[in-house]
Design a protein around this ligand. Structure first.
Ligand SMILES: [Zn+2]
Length: 387
C-alpha cells in the first residue's frame, strides 16, 4: 500500500522520482483490482477529499515546499491530480466492464483474467487492457541449413517434372528390406545398422517394425499406388545405429529419386544427375560414375562431382583428389519391380533408375561446417548464423 513520503529534496530529479514512484504504485494497485467493491475502496483511497492520496500530496509536497520550488511542485501536483483521477475513473468506464450472461462467459473471459470471474454478480470488472504496453517479441525462425539444402534439391527435380513422395519413418521389415531385394539374412542388411522397435518377436519377420534406414521404402509404397510412368523425389529423415561423430549420426537425412518408364537407360540416369548437380553447384561442375553395389539396383554406381572448392585441382576438402563422392545410384533391379508387378511394373516392358544422396553431407560442404554434430544439437548460436 502506497504512503505519501515527505520530501526533503525539491530538485527536479527528486521530484521526478517521487512522481514515478507514485504512478507505479497506482498501477500496481490497479492490477490487483478484481471487483467493483475493490474499485470503490481503491477510488476512496486515492481521491477522497479527506486524507485521500491526492489530498496528502497537496499537504505534504506542495504546502511544505520552500518558496523557490513552489511553482514547479505546484505544476507537478496539478498534473498528477489530473492523471491519477483519469486513471482511477478509467477503471470504472463502461468499456472496462463486461456484462456477463450465461454460457458465453467461459469462452470470452477465459482468455482474459480469471480472477475477474470470482465476482459473484452478473457484472465482472476486468482490469483494463493497456494497449500502449510493449508487446512480447517472438523471434522469427529460419529454415535449418539441412532443410534448406533438401528443399533446393527437391526444387531442382520438381523443375524436371518429379513429384514429391513421403512415407512413414517407422517402417516394416518388408518395405525397408525385403521388397528392396534384401532377403532375410542377406549380408547387405549388416551394412545398415538398424534400430528395431522392441517387443516385435510375436510378429512374422516381414511385419516387424523398425526405424527406416533409408528413404527407399517410399519407392515401393509409391509404386504400389501409382502405375508407371513414375518420377518421384523423396526427402526425409532416416535412422541408423551409429553413434554421433563428425561424419555419422543416429538420425540423418536422405533425398532419393526414382524414375520409371519405357526405355529408361543408364544414359538417362547420367544426364539427369549431371543436370541436377550443375543446377545445385553451378554449371562448371563435372560428374563421373564408378561401379558400386546396392541390392536394389543393377548395375549400381557411385557418383562423384568435381570438387566445388578447388574446381578439381585438389584441396583439403577433396583430400587432394579433385573429386567428392556425393551419391549412390543405379538401374532399378528387376527383382524390385517383381514386388509391384501387379501394378504394371513388368520388367520386360519398363525400366527405371534410382538415386539417393545425403543432404546433411551436402550442407556440410556447402556451408563449410566441420562435423555433423552442430546440425543436430539445436544450439541457437550455431543456427543463428544461417538466419
Ligand atoms: Zn578440392
Amino acid at each position: 500500500m502506497y504512503t505519501v513520503p515527505k520530501l526533503d529534496n525539491y530538485s527536479p530529479d527528486a521530484l521526478d522520482r517521487a512522481v514515478a514512484d507514485l504512478l507505479s504504485a497506482l498501477d500496481n494497485e490497479i492490477a490487483a483490482l478484481h471487483s467493483e467493491a475493490d474499485w470503490k475502496t481503491f477510488r476512496d483511497r486515492w481521491l477522497a477529499r479527506k486524507n485521500g492520496v491526492l489530498t496528502q500530496i497537496n499537504d505534504t509536497w506542495l504546502k511544505a515546499a520552500p518558496g523557490p520550488a513552489k511553482r514547479d511542485v505546484g505544476q507537478r501536483v496539478n498534473d498528477l491530480r489530473q492523471r491519477v483521477t483519469d486513471r482511477v475513473e478509467q477503471q470504472k468506464r463502461p468499456d472496462a466492464t463486461i456484462h456477463v450472461s450465461g454460457v458465453q462467459v467461459g469462452s470470452f473471459v477465459g482468455s482474459m483474467t480469471m480472477p475477474a470471474l470470482r465476482a459473484s454478480g452478473t457484472i465482472v470488472s476486468i482490469p483494463r487492457l493497456d494497449i500502449s504496453l510493449p508487446g512480447i517479441q517472438r523471434p522469427i525462425g529460419v529454415k535449418h541449413p539441412v532443410l534448406r539444402v533438401m528443399d533446393e534439391i527437391v526444387a531442382v527435380f520438381k523443375a524436371m517434372g518429379y513429384s514429391v513422395g513421403e512415407g512413414p519413418e517407422v517402417e516394416t521389415d518388408y518395405y525397408n528390406f525385403e521388397s528392396l531385394n534384401f532377403p532375410p539374412n542377406h549380408p547387405a542388411r549388416d551394412t545398415q545398422d538398424t534400430l528395431f522397435i522392441a517387443g516385435q518377436e510375436g510378429k512374422p519377420p516381414r511385419d516387424r517394425l523398425l526405424l527406416r534406414t533409408h528413404t527407399s521404402p517410399v519407392q515401393i509404397r509409391t509404386m504400389e499406388k501409382h502405375p508407371p510412368p513414375l518420377r518421384i523425389v523423396i526427402p526425409g529423415k532416416v535412422h541408423r545405429n551409429d553413434p554421433l561423430d563428425a561424419t555419422h549420426s543416429p538420425l540423418f537425412h536422405q533425398v532419393e529419386g526414382l524414375a520409371v518408364d519405357t526405355n529408361i537407360t543408364f544414359c538417362d540416369l547420367k544426364g539427369t544427375l549431371d543436370h541436377a548437380m550443375k543446377a545445385l553447384f553451378g554449371s562448371s561442375v563435372k560428374t563421373r560414375f564408378y561401379p558400386s553395389f546396392f541390392p536394389f539396383t543393377e548395375p549400381s554406381a557411385d557418383m562423384q562431382v568435381s570438387c566445388i572448392f578447388c574446381g578439381g585441382k585438389g584441396c583439403r576438402t577433396c583430400k587432394f583428389s579433385g573429386w567428392i563422392e556425393l551419391l549412390g545410384c543405379g538401374m532399378v533391379d528387376p527383382n524390385v519391380f517383381d514386388f509391384v508387378k501387379d501394378n504394371g511394373y513388368d520388367s520386360s516392358k519398363i525400366s527405371g533408375f534410382a538415386f539417393g544422396m545425403g543432404p546433411d553431407r551436402i550442407a556440410l560442404l556447402k556451408y563449410g561446417v566441420e562435423g555433423l554434430q552442430p546440425f543436430f544439437e539445436g544450439d541457437v548460436r550455431f543456427l543463428e548464423q544461417f538466419a
